[in-house]
Design a binder for this molecule. Sequence first.
Ligand code: 3PY
Ligand code: MG
Length: 254
Amino acid sequence: MRENRLKELWAEGHPALGGWLGIPSSTSAEMMAHAGFDWLCVDMQHGAIEYQVAVTMLQAISTTDTVPIVRVPWNEPGIIMKMLDAGAYGVIIPMVNSRAEAEAAVAACRYAPDGIRSYGPARAVLYAGPDYFSRANETVLCIPMIETREALANVDEIVGTPGVDVAFIGPSDLSVSLGLPPSTDQDAAEFVSAITSVEAACKRHGVVAGVFAGNATVAGKRIEQGFRLLEVADDGRTMVTGAAAALAQLREPA
Ligand code: 3PY
Ligand code: MG
């Protein structure tokens, strides 16, 4: 079975730098993959991506060594299993708030006896190899998101759930849940301590800490704080920022 390169990076002590895909296009997914990210996430929660185009995006990512990850719309076993069958090497699961919800997320990602995943890895065998079934449980990543006040209160129970590989902070939802404006980074004491407490819980349980950073500056800060799975850039914002900068260079300031 094709190895999961993210696990190799972590074993060597490196952070894994990722991109986020919200544009429903195999073309832009292929371009982002060729930019050299360690991983890319096809975001089926927010943005405009449905199942069929998500599959073509996973196929596009497969033209490179970039590890394909999917964020599913919700902690629901049907879509988790379907995206793993489509070849995702990890699933990011929004709004996991308790031990029971973390256990359900893990169960959906694992074949028996570790879980309840149904067998039928239609595209996954093509991407991973014919021995997919025997190695999938140890290879695909289960990545619950910590992004509410409730999840913070239960962080040890969630992060310590057997089978959780990474705890991934959604800083915008976390901010909103804490009564703050949505942001990937801010100075409010409650936000700062939430970030450090999730990282500390990950360290206690030997789990990788991940975070949506939003840009390279915040990603660099999070790496210093101990995070090892980092979203660094997304397709839409990268495109618009580059286009706007080119125009600004030529237009008179208003
Ligand atoms: C959040 O910041 O809440 C996220 O889910 C990142 O996409
Ligand atoms: Mg979120």
